[in-house]
Design a protein around this ligand. Structure first.
Ligand SMILES: Nc1nc2c(ncn2[C@@H]2O[C@H](COP(=O)(O)OP(=O)(O)OP(=O)(O)O)[C@@H](O)[C@H]2O)c(=O)[nH]1
Ligand SMILES: [Mg+2]
Length: 425
């Protein structure tokens, strides 16, 4: 009997144990992260998790001219689903025009047919960040006829009208006063000394063309402002305003995003030629010029500072003025485009520095930009985030030792943006 009772007790213990095991398995759970509950009335977040795990709340931004996306599934009758270019409203939401006036302005690119995919990248970025809402025209220039692929690809990418021009031979050749043998010797010597593009004839034609002729091409005569774009450049930030309008309304004639020291070997006598020009044409000097940007000794020597001309927004009427064309023609006669390797960047910069008032030269801090190997990334974190920039601020060249932008700020009396000191070398 006792043995029988013990058996019942054993059964009961086993049953209780089995039930306990089942209970534990049924109620087992992993530790979880509590998902914050959003309380719409107060906009506050109830949460017990650390700050770093909370989603960052940010206001939804809608374009002023479009309405917020509808939540309900299916067609509301007003917004037909447009999936092919043949569908109505195909481009409607992508291309919402910016309000406000348009300037008499164009983008301009000098390029070869072989540059097509590199310029396509640049155009895509300019359009995405700015021009899809402004639809400015684009002029393409080439020393050879543009082929069909170049025209087809670029026209499909540009939201404004596209124009294609072939450069006349006299704007892309040696002037008759150039001593060919002397020019050849210079190229050979520069090749030996491994000076970049030192042995190139076409590079020299390009620099002379950009210095003296692009702004008087027949296609450019229709416009007052230009924005130069080169193949393979990058734009890092949204451009919320019209830079052409900033130029127009601010009375600006020339602008830049990057500045640096020129390779001295390529411009050995450029400053001597400049001084000769100043002596012959003192009437062209601006009263409040930026000589301090170009020279550390009141104009005796050139410090090699220049605005980097692969990005430029400028006034074409200024380049077509007597002052600028006198300057270019004087330099061209001296022959340094071929006897040295004068670049259009120092030529434009010296002209702007001497023949414009400081207030007519504009620094576009908002335009994040890259051309190999330098970056302009807005210094201020507030600006970068407001403009949705995707550049790394530590790449910003503005305040590094080889940049001349600090010097421009000093000469123009500008205040450096917050945080500049942390971006020095
Ligand atoms: N049509 C034409 N365009 C040229 C020629 N050489 C250069 N270009 C254009 O002139 C501009 C400047 O030339 P780049 O080769 O970019 O010169 P760079 O900016 O000093 O040098 P990179 O560091 O190589 O970019 C670019 O828009 C080129 O596409 C040429 O022989 N013919
Ligand atoms: Mg380039």
């Amino acid at each position: 009997m006792i043995a029988g009772n013990a058996r019942y007790v054993r059964y009961i213990i086993i049953a209780v144990f089995t039930l306990a095991v089942f209970y534990c398995i049924a109620n087992f759970q992993y530790d979880t992260v509590t998902i914050p509950t959003h309380t719409p009335q107060t906009g506050k977040t109830e949460d017990s998790t650390p700050q770093s795990q909370q989603p960052i709340q940010k206001p939804k931004i809608f374009d002023a001219t479009t309405s917020p996306p509808k939540k309900q599934a299916g067609n509301d009758g007003k917004s037909p689903l447009a999936v092919t270019p043949a569908d109505p409203d195909w481009d409607a939401t992508l291309v919402s025009p910016a309000p406000g006036p348009r300037m008499n302005a164009t983008f301009v690119t000098l390029a070869r047919n072989s540059d097509v995919w590199d310029i396509a990248r640049s155009i895509r970025q300019v359009e995405d960040r700015f021009n899809r809402r402004y639809n400015y025209d684009w002029v393409f220039l080439n020393d050879k006829p543009f082929d069909e692929t170049f025209k087809k690809v670029t026209t499909s990418l540009v939201s404004g009208q596209t124009h294609y021009g072939e450069i006349a031979e006299e704007h892309w050749s040696f002037p008759e006063w150039i001593d060919q043998a002397k020019a050849k010797k210079v190229r050979e010597d520069m090749a030996e000394r491994k000076i970049i593009y030192g042995d190139s004839v076409s590079y020299r034609h390009m620099c002379r063309f950009e210095s003296g002729f692009f702004f008087r091409q027949p296609l450019m005569m229709n416009y007052e402002y230009y924005w130069r774009v080169e193949p393979s450049v990058e734009l890092f930030c949204d451009i919320h305003y019209d830079p052409f309008r900033v130029m127009h309304e601010g009375g600006k004639k020339y602008s830049f995003v990057l500045s640096l020291y020129e390779y001295a070997e390529t411009i050995k006598t450029l400053w001597d030629s400049t001084k000769k020009f100043i002596k012959n044409h003192p009437e062209h000097l601006a009263a409040d010029n930026a000589m301090g940007f170009l020279s550390d000794d009141g104009g005796d020597t050139y410090n090699n500072c220049h605005f980097w001309s692969n990005f430029e927004v400028g006034n074409l009427n200024w380049l077509r003025s007597k002052a600028y064309t006198d300057f270019f023609e004087s330099l061209d006669r001296d022959g340094g485009f071929f006897y040295e390797r004068w670049g259009d960047a120092p030529v434009h910069s010296i002209a702007a520095g001497l023949m414009l008032n400081k207030s007519e030269i504009h620094f576009f801090d908002d335009i994040g930009y890259w051309h190999v190997p330098f970056t302009h990334c807005p210094t201020s974190e507030k600006t970068r985030s407001a403009l949705r920039c995707h550049c790394n601020p530590s790449d910003n060249f503005d305040w590094k030792g080889y940049s001349c932008t600090s010097r421009f700020f000093d000469v123009a009396g500008l205040t450096r943006p917050e945080g500049w000191e942390s971006q020095k070398d």
